[in-house]
Design a protein around this ligand. Structure first.
Ligand code: NA7
Length: 563
């Protein structure tokens, strides 16, 4: 075991990973103790473990899956892939990693993404400090000694000075409670719980419920081989072409030589992508000039059409309408049946005001003979039957049903764990009316706890790894200072939390996101009581967020109280 023996931090206990098995069997052994416990071994958890070792603090990761990878471990449905350019998604912290990993595609698919994270884990022997198949159920702050006690479903317990959540915001799958779901005699599963064994569609009648980013990716794959594909749509989404392509070795060599520039560009862009908004406004240029940029971006790879567009299209309704009309026209051109095209065009929100699913031939799928769209507003699902799905007008028979119904986003992963802070207060209770945080990294009354990619954190509206590196580095520097100053407890001042939460809401108000129901706004039609809009993300932009976090650090961690 190469793990984190902590010599730098005043005798803090060393890592005891090797004793796991003995501990599970011998109840009389004391609870193992670490400097940091990290929940989750996805992109953020893996880097937090790496950094914890670097700052010399013992760390243990608790991961519910059987392997590393987080999002890329769970979401193995066919079609799952990045919508970030692959070379802008990988970690930037290690030159060795950058030198030895070749991306094969501009927008890499899930199997390669998982292999990359496994490679990172192997490269730094990270799994030696990861306890797999560990579903964390409860985290209780012990005020008598300023430690967290973390409980795992199988009975394992561990204590730590600092608790770092790396649980993601789209990790709690949500299947609506349809009547008769257990009656269906064929296989059925949620996209984020896709079986590890290969699932084929050839010759099968497949039903897919949902038309979000996940469904859009999956549908294009299922349509290729299935005998019949039926898509159940409650609300259409605005989709845009991904334009994926292979990366040849010469192009990879060129990318490698430009990594510094690429990461610098991401750091300086609003949301950590290589795309950043055009400085012009849609409404100040001529219609021809406007159209020309829309055409160029529609024909270009990635999110440029969304976040590399005129700077007013996501803040001004009139500007947004010009883009929305352009995309609607594209859909009409691509779908042969005009009535069907209209069903695929959203009418309740403008382009880009919700997450934009990226596609490679999604609209053309609807021109295939074997594909049927069921509009659930006309013929709602009544129940799941032994043979398929019963809608108000007829029964659709299936061999396989896929729930592409999304997640209990942002709050779900936090609500799945019983976090108890000062005076036994629960986090679920505190955040009942919406999250309240400081920098999206901590919350008052829950001392010694940091929330990577938490609500109100720039990483929630970001090319994730770019913001994750910022989060992890900031938290690690802070923890290192706390240890070296022998500070046992750090909490957030309520005033700092109020100010940050207000700043988050103010930043959102100027964006059109805040005018639309979506998981960005905490709205979920499948969850009772989740109909009020409260902004879950942070849209002040990565450069501003980084600057604000750095300012707090420079100002002796203003807004935090230590003891
Ligand atoms: P999303 O974007 O939340 O999409 C879920 C889809 O499932 C969406 O079309 C929903 O329709 C639909 N849905 C949910 N419940 C139902 C019921 N009860 N009946 C019919 N249809 C339903 O999740 P994704 O997994 O696609 O994407 C999540 C994020 O992952 C995405 O934003 C990317 O960042 C990656 P609705 O719109 O609610 O009417």
């Amino acid at each position: 075991m190469t793990a984190s023996t902590n010599t730098a931090t005043s005798g803090w206990p060393v890592s005891r990973v090797a004793k796991f098995d003995a501990m599970k069997e011998d109840e009389s052994l004391e609870i193992p103790s670490y400097g940091i416990v990290i929940i989750g071994a996805g992109v953020s958890g893996l880097y937090q473990l790496y950094k914890s070792r670097e700052i010399g603090v013992s760390a243990l990761v608790l991961e519910s899956g059987t392997d590393v990878g987080g999002t890329w471990y769970w979401n193995r449905y066919p079609g799952a892939r990045f919508d970030s350019e692959s070379y802008s998604y990988g970690y930037s912290f290690s030159q060795e990693l950058l030198d030895e990993w070749d991306w094969q595609e501009r927008f890499s698919a899930q199997p390669e993404n998982l292999r990359y994270l496994q490679h990172v884990s192997n490269r730094f022997s990270l799994s030696e400090d990861i306890r797999f198949e560990s579903i964390v159920t409860e985290c209780i702050f012990d005020e008598t000694c300023d430690e967290w006690e973390v409980h795992v479903e199988d009975g394992f317990r561990v204590r730590c000075r600092f608790l770092v959540t790396a649980i993601g915001i789209l990790s709690k799958p949500l299947i609506p409670d349809f009547e008769g779901m257990d009656d269906f005699k064929g296989p059925s599963f949620h996209t984020a719980r896709w079986p590890h064994d290969e699932v084929t569609f050839e010759g099968k009648r497949v039903g897919v419920i949902g038309t979000g980013a996940t469904a859009v990716q999956l549908i294009q794959e299922v349509a290729k081989t299935s005998k019949q594909l039926t898509i159940f749509q409650r609300s259409p989404n605005w989709c845009a072409p991904l334009h994926n392509s292979p990366i040849e070795s010469t192009e990879m060599a060129d990318i490698r030589s430009r990594y510094d520039d690429i990461f610098e560009r991401c750091r300086n862009s609003f949301s950590g992508f290589i795309h950043d908004s055009d400085r012009r406004r849609a409404l100040e240029v001529s219609p021809e000039e406007r159209e020309a940029l829309y055409e160029e971006l529609y024909a270009s790879p990635g999110f440029g059409i969304w976040i590399g567009n005129f700077r007013d299209v996501l803040v001004d309704e009139q500007a947004n309408a010009t883009l929305t009309d352009f995309i609607a026209q594209k859909i009409r051109e691509r779908v042969a049946d005009p009535k069907l095209a209209e069903k695929l065009i959203p009418t309740d929100h403008g382009f880009g005001t919700r997450r934009v699913p990226m596609e490679s031939g999604y609209y053309e799928v609807y021109n295939q003979e074997n594909v049927l769209l069921v509009d659930l507003n006309e013929t709602p699902i009544e129940k799941i039957t032994t043979d398929g799905i019963q809608c108000s007008d007829r029964e659709h028979p299936f061999d396989l049903i896929v729930y592409a119904t999304g997640f209990d986003a942002v709050m779900g992963p936090f609500n799945s764990i019983n976090f108890r802070g000062l005076n036994g207060r629960t986090l679920a209770g505190k955040w009942e009316a919406g999250p309240r945080t400081y920098l999206g990294l901590a919350t008052a009354g829950f001392p010694n706890m940091f929330t990577l990619v938490g609500p109100h954190n720039a990483s929630t509206f970001c090319n994730m790894p770019r913001c994750i590196e910022q989060n992890v580095e900031w938290v690690s520097t802070f923890i290192e200072q706390l240890f070296s100053s022998d500070i046992r407890r750090v909490d957030v001042e309520f005033e700092a939390e109020d100010d940050w939460t207000e700043h988050v809401h103010e930043s959102a108000e100027r964006m059109l996101f805040s005018k639309v129901d979506s998981w960005f706004m905490g709205v979920n039609k499948n969850i009772a009581g989740r109909d009020a809009r409260t902004f879950m993300l942070y849209v002040g932009g990565l450069p501003r967020y980084t600057e604000l976090c750095d300012e707090v650090a420079r100002d002796s961690y203003r807004g935090f109280v230590t003891s």
